[in-house]
Design a binder for this molecule. Structure first.
Ligand SMILES: Cc1ncc(C[n+]2csc(CCOP(=O)(O)OP(=O)(O)O)c2C)c(N)n1
Ligand code: SF4
Length: 271
C-alpha cells in the first residue's frame, strides 16, 4: 500500500516559517510525496540543507537531517554518503546556496557523479537575507542590490549541471506539483548525482521588487514562461526567446564515486 507523505514530515515543526505564498512549501511537500511514492523507510533517508529559507526545509523531514552552513551542504553530504553508503541522501538547497557560495562544491559533485539527489529551490534571489542579487537572477530583474536591474547574465542550472557531469538533470517549476514529485522520485531512484531544479516564487522580495506581488500571478508567470523540452526543441530561435525549457534533460549511467571509492579501498587492502 502507498505510504502517506505526512509520514515523512516532522509535523511537530509545522506550521513552517516561510512567508505566505512562498513556493518552498510546495517543493517540500512534493519531496515528501516522492518519498512516499517510493515507499522509502525514513530510517534509510537523510536530508541536508544549507542556510537560507530553503535550507530550513531540511529539518521539516522526519528523517535524519543536517542543517549545515551556507553553501556547504554538498560537502557534508559527500562525507555522509562516503561514511554511510546505505543511506539515500537528499540535498535541499537554495540557488544562492547551491550555485553561489556553494558553486564549487556543486560542480565537483556533478563531476564525481556521487550518488546524491540535489533539489535546488531556485527563487532567483537571496531570500533569507533580504532579497540580494543571486547568480540566478535574470538579466534586468531587480533585487535589493540591483535596484536598476541586473546587468549580469544568470547561470542556466541545467546546462551547468550537464556540462559538469551530473547524470540525472531535470527542471520544473512550483506551478507543476506532480512534475516535481515525478522528477524527485526519478532522481532518488537514479544511481549518481541527480539535479532537480525547481523554479519557485519568493513573493516577499523577488515578487515585490519586480511588480509581481501576488504569488498566484508568479505561479501563472511560470506557466506562461516555460515550455516542455520536446516542444522547445522544435521551436525556432525567435520562438524560444524568453521561454524556459522544462523536463528531463539527461538520465544516463556512469561510474559512481562511492562505489569506485570502496572498490579502490578493497583493492588497496588486497595488494
Ligand atoms: C558563509 C556565509 N555567508 C553568508 C551568509 C548569509 N546568508 C544566509 S542565507 C543567505 C542567502 C540565501 O539565499 P538562497 O541560498 O538562494 O536561499 P533562499 O533564502 O532564497 O531560499 C546568505 C547570503 C551565511 N549564513 N554564511
Ligand atoms: S523571503 Fe522569500 S524565499 Fe524566504 S520565506 Fe519569504 S517568500 Fe519564501
Amino acid at each position: 500500500m502507498a505510504k502517506d507523505y505526512r509520514q515523512y514530515l516532522r509535523v511537530a515543526k509545522l506550521p513552517h516559517v516561510w512567508c505566505p505564498g512562498c513556493g518552498h512549501g510546495i517543493i517540500t511537500h512534493a519531496i515528501a510525496g516522492a518519498m512516499a511514492d517510493l515507499q522509502l523507510d525514513p530510517d534509510e533517508l537523510a536530508v541536508l540543507g544549507g542556510i537560507g529559507c530553503s535550507g530550513r526545509a531540511s529539518f521539516l523531514f522526519e528523517t535524519d537531517a543536517m542543517h549545515t552552513t551556507h553553501g556547504r551542504a554538498v560537502a557534508f553530504a559527500t562525507g555522509l554518503k562516503l561514511a554511510r553508503p546505505d543511506l539515500r541522501v537528499l540535498l535541499v538547497m537554495g540557488d544562492g546556496d547551491a550555485l553561489g557560495i556553494g558553486g564549487n562544491h556543486f560542480i565537483h559533485a556533478c563531476r564525481r557523479n556521487i550518488d546524491l539527489t540535489a533539489v535546488i529551490y531556485n527563487n532567483a534571489i537571496y531570500g533569507q537575507t533580504g532579497g540580494q542579487l543571486a547568480p540566478t537572477t535574470p538579466t534586468e530583474k531587480r533585487s535589493t542590490t540591483s535596484p536598476y536591474g541586473n546587468i549580469e547574465h544568470p547561470f542556466d542550472t541545467v546546462r551547468l549541471a550537464v556540462a559538469a557531469g551530473a547524470t540525472y538533470v531535470a527542471r520544473t517549476t512550483s506551478f507543476d506539483f506532480p512534475e516535481i514529485v515525478r522528477f524527485v522520485r526519478r532522481g532518488i531512484a537514479h544511481k549518481g548525482f541527480s539535479v532537480i531544479e525547481v523554479l519557485t516564487q519568493c513573493p516577499t522580495y523577488y515578487g515585490r521588487l519586480n511588480d509581481l506581488r501576488d504569488p498566484s500571478q508568479m505561479l501563472y508567470e511560470f506557466k506562461l514562461q516555460t515550455i516542455p523540452l520536446e516542444e522547445y526543441n522544435q521551436m525556432s530561435p525567435e520562438e524560444r526567446a524568453g521561454k524556459i525549457p522544462i523536463g528531463e534533460f539527461l538520465c544516463e549511467e556512469r561510474t559512481e564515486f562511492v562505489e569506485s571509492y570502496y572498490s579502490l579501498c578493497q583493492l588497496s587492502r588486497s595488494v
